[in-house]
Ligand binder design. Structure first.
Ligand SMILES: O=P(O)(O)O[C@@H]1C[C@H](O)[C@@H](CO)O1
Ligand code: HPA
Length: 291
């Protein structure tokens, strides 16, 4: 079944206008927190926060480890908005609902999107707890026709046929690498290709082997639709995957992954991720207009 957009410009505009009427913050950066990574929002100063259930038109989070709050505030003087909890296709949301916040952010004035996620590694050299700076993605549902941009194109957001080459901003990736060096954590920082699968089940061994052969470094169940929509509407994108498990690729391996283990590993690296995102935002060249 193909996903087509059933939302109009007005739907996004209504939510954006409501948010602008509730907070003085005017963010230029939006951060989407992956599973167990909601603590990134804790670093925001002068917070205004809104449960998703209070925001007109917003979908609801249903996944453990996704609090379901939108938090506005400042990171080292730069105004940001942070999603503590994202929406996944496997929760039953249409892709346009999954990516609804991204277009709302665009209407709030956001120029840069930072996406984070929990992911399993396929690259043999990766270890649990590694942080992967996303260099590119494979959008498996998108390749199969499940794309948030399906349906009539709204030119107010972007073009009918947006390119997807080079969407993970090279300059921000370089800054992040340099920061990791200066923070003394570069030994567990990687750069690689993230692949989105539909979930909610984790991969079979044959699927894991297929992804490995395709050159996938890390696999997860989110991120690509948000990045597609952000790129379509002209945002700059930066992404991080936290490697929470190694994907089982051998029939001799008796280990298996579960969501609780994913959340547990997220806690291990929470401080490093928080510091990295904070420093990255502080070094971003953005015009911070708080009025
Ligand atoms: O929101 P993200 O992509 O971080 O969540 C990952 C993928 C699944 O939703 C879940 C599996 O544990 O974590
Ligand atoms: O191994 C995984 N596969 C898919 N999604 C995931 N999210 C965390 N770990 C994984």
């Amino acid at each position: 079944m193909f996903s087509t957009s059933s939302l109009s410009y007005d739907d996004y505009q209504k939510t954006a206008s409501w948010l602008l009427s509730q907070t003085q913050h005017r963010p230029k950066v939006a951060i989407i927190c992956g599973s167990g990574l909601g603590m990134l929002a804790d670093a925001l100063k002068c917070q205004d926060s809104f449960p998703y259930s209070d925001i007109p038109g917003f979908p609801q989070s249903t996944v453990q480890g996704h609090a379901g709050r939108l938090v506005f505030g400042e990171l080292k003087g730069k105004t940001c908005v942070c999603m503590q909890g994202r929406f996944h296709m496997y929760e039953g949301h249409s892709l346009c609902k999954t990516t609804f916040p991204v277009r709302v952010f665009k209407l709030l004035g956001v120029e840069t999107l930072i996406v984070t996620n929990a992911a399993g590694s396929l690259a043999d050299s990766y270890q649990v707890g590694d942080i992967m700076i996303i260099k590119d993605h494979i959008n498996f549902p998108g390749l199969a026709g499940l794309n948030p941009l399906n349906g009539p194109n709204d030119d107010k957001f972007g073009p009918r046929f947006p390119p997807m080459s080079g969407v993970y901003d090279k300059d921000l990736r370089k800054i992040a690498f340099d920061l990791c060096k200066s923070m003394g954590v570069s030994q567990f920082v990687q750069e690689g290709v993230y692949c989105m699968v539909g979930g909610p089940n984790f991969e079979s061994i044959a699927e894991a082997r297929l992804l490995h052969r395709l050159g996938v470094d890390a696999v997860g169940m989110s991120t690509a639709p948000e990045v597609v929509v952000a790129t379509h509407c002209g945002m700059r994108v930066f992404g991080l995957s936290l490697i929470t498990n190694k994907v089982v690729k051998s029939y001799n391996d008796t280990e298996s992954v579960n969501h609780e283990a994913v959340l547990e590993v997220s806690k291990l690296r929470s401080q490093t991720l928080q510091m990295l995102v904070t420093e990255l935002v502080s070094r971003m060249d953005i015009n911070n207009n708080t009025t």
